[in-house]
Design a protein around this ligand. Structure first.
Ligand SMILES: Cc1ncc(COP(=O)(O)O)c(C=O)c1O
Length: 340
């Protein structure tokens, strides 16, 4: 260990000095104020048991996928799951990835081509940024949720470039601030200018929509791609890119984080199917209702007890609330209060 590169040791020391040193700790809490398990699905016995039953009943008693989906890792369970997701999210096609991180790397590194343009919200998730970094397209960030000047900004950056695609990417619920863009406005802009819109729905699915189908589903015909992830409200693992059939075909052929990795094991795919079924059951609906009640309770107590100074970030998103009533509150506070 003595010969660890000096440059790296220096960076670790700097992290400690800046109080930004990351360490792995087992979380210890009675009430979950920080995880993404908004609905408590990750620890739901009924889902766990149903997955086992489902896999046995369908002959998928297998621990691993055995290879990449393009080699030995694909199976009928994937077909069932992608069919299920496609219908649930009302898209033409769904392609499962091992994680949301992989899905975003896949999409942004392979779809926008050299000469194309990507415009992304300045608060976009790191996985999208990393995917964009791997792309040959030109990329520009725009001010958070600010679509008022976006059209002009795009026109300025694009200049007279011809035969190029313009991709715009945002999240339907922002992971850190918990606020939401005005999707209707953005969809209208993209329609008008023929921009291709991509929405990362990681923090919206499972929670928003009548069945947990997120916020982008109602715009499905006018959104180029949606990225949904299963490690948050769905309480399991993996992700999917939703869009047209050609998009799925293109990703299967060109997305390196899809091609060069071992597929998810049957248990992970079974969990995705069961969690989506569970969300549509009466009990799933009740859990979402309970989440709302917890949020409302938290808001009233937060105000009554004058806790502003203890929850700085909430103040941030209260400020944003006037624009998009309810959603920001719902979004971020739900992260804070799920208490089974
Ligand atoms: C907006 C957003 N997209 C993608 C991801 C990555 O998803 P996963 O955890 O499945 O890799 C996250 C995870 O935090 C996220 O917040």
């Amino acid at each position: 260990m003595g010969n660890f590169p000096k440059k790296l040791t220096k960076k670790l020391i700097e992290r400690k000095q800046n109080h930004s040193f990351r360490e792995l700790r087992e979380p210890k809490f009675d009430i979950d104020f920080s995880s993404n398990d908004y609905l408590g699905f990750a620890k739901e016995d009924k889902i766990y048991d149903s997955v086992g039953t489902f896999l046995k009943a369908n002959g998928f008693q297998q621990n691993g996928a055995t290879g990449s989906r393009l080699l030995s890792g694909h199976n009928a369970l994937y077909t069932t799951a992608e069919e299920r997701l496609k219908n649930f999210y009302k898209s033409q096609a769904a392609l499962i990835f091992n994680s949301g991180y992989d899905a975003n790397l896949a999409f942004f590194s392979s779809i926008p081509q050299r000469g194309d343009f990507i415009f992304y919200d300045e608060l976009i998730h790191a996985s999208i940024r990393d995917g964009i970094r791997m792309s040959n397209a030109k990329s520009y960030k725009f001010k958070h949720n600010d679509f008022g000047t976006l059209e002009h900004y795009i026109t300025t950056q694009k200049g007279s470039a011809k035969n190029v695609e313009v991709y715009i990417v945002t999240e339907s619920v922002f992971s850190m601030d918990g606020d939401c863009p005005h999707l209707k406005e953005l969809v209208a802009l993209c329609l008008k200018r023929k921009y291709r819109l991509i929405i990362d729905e990681a923090h919206a699915v499972g929670v928003f929509g009548t069945k947990g189908e997120g916020l982008g589903t109602k715009f499905t015909d006018n959104v180029f791609a949606r990225i949904v992830t299963f490690g948050k409200a769905w309480g399991c693992h993996g992700a999917a890119v939703l869009g047209q059939v050609e998009l799925k075909e293109y990703l299967i052929n060109f997305a390196r984080s899809f091609i060069y990795t071992t597929a998810l094991p049957p248990h992970a795919i079974g969990s995705i199917i069961v969690a989506h079924n569970y969300a549509m059951d009466k009990i799933g609906m009740e859990i979402r209702k309970k989440l709302l009640e917890n949020i409302n309770f938290f808001i009233s107590e937060y105000k009554r007890l004058e806790l502003e100074n203890y929850f700085i970030f909430i103040v941030v998103f209260f400020l944003g609330m006037s624009k998009f009533i309810n959603l920001p509150i719902f979004c971020k506070i739900m992260i804070l209060i799920y208490a089974p």
